[in-house]
Design a protein around this ligand. Sequence first.
Ligand code: PLP
Length: 368
Amino acid sequence: MLFKPTSLYQFYKRYETLDLTPIHQSNPQPFTMIELEAIIGKKTSFLDDQLELGYASLQGDLRLREAITTLYEHENPDEIATFVGAQEAIFCAMYSLLKAKDKVVAISPIFAPLIATAEEIGCEIDLVSLTPTKDKWVLDLAQLEASIKADCKLLIINFPHNPTGAMLTEDELLKIIDICDQNNCWILSDEVFRGLEFKPEQRLPAVADLYPQAISIGVLSKSFATPAIRIGWISCQDKMIIERMIEIKSSFSICTSHIDEQFAIHIILQHEKVWERSRNKVLNNFSNFDRNVTKSHLLSRFIKPQAGCVCFPLLNDAILASDFSEELIQNKNLMTLPADLFISSHNGIRLGFGYDNNSHLISSIFST
Ligand SMILES: Cc1ncc(COP(=O)(O)O)c(C=O)c1O
């Protein structure tokens, strides 16, 4: 394990002294404590006076795992394990499933940490690109099938998608599962934006509920808008994989924070209300900058996101995404993330509309 710094980390590091205003974040405006208390219907004094401040259990507090099962069809807390954020879950999942030279298929543009660990392990990675059409990003299932047929060990998917805000239909998801099933291929499904579909009826089932060789990943930092509480989790029907992931976790965080677990239980039990608050926020913010962006001469295409709180407008060919992003940093003190950080040949930049303050900043870039 070399732990090579990821391109995303290097990018943040390069500009960390500049005190930039971020307009790329991938989470909705975080809750304040007072707002959270109103939604979960409890004062934070719910933290029991007698709560013992010891280590949490390795797999995660049973009450928390029971709360997490309310997000899934499978109501078995043994099929859940908790991690410090989604990031640790991704790491442990990769190390539990993969070895050097295994073939992994992923979809670009991609949140790069989703393949960084597979790269470190020495896997061969094949990227299938989403195609921008007039009004949505499309996954070519025939191309995906051809890639998976060639002895693939793991498919990595992430819908709702970062950075495009794209969704699959349920039929597309079922077809993907069918392809993997026929080829004995695992699926790692990063579902951290689940709950942030612009139309709740677009919400997809969790892949781990549909397919025994799947790991679904969730976290409090995205649709739950509480990144201060570092709780992520996986759902997986395969007990041996869960056990292996916990073994790997024991070399890192060992367990999540017992205090975070107490918060997480109450937040997750109110997930519909919490998601509704996040959705209303992102929809409102999005509508505030949508018009300016759509008609901007700087863009060749703006495909509206269907979910989540990020989008990936495509710039005119004459403007290279990395140059545009650099110019925003140097001249406007604004941080966006260019296409190369998402290993994408599409000339886009990631913008985030989760934070209330971002809309007018984004509008100001594109109204000129
Ligand atoms: C798609 C995706 N997966 C996982 C993560 C990691 O989540 P966390 O930082 O809460 O561990 C992120 C964070 O941006 C993400 O965008």
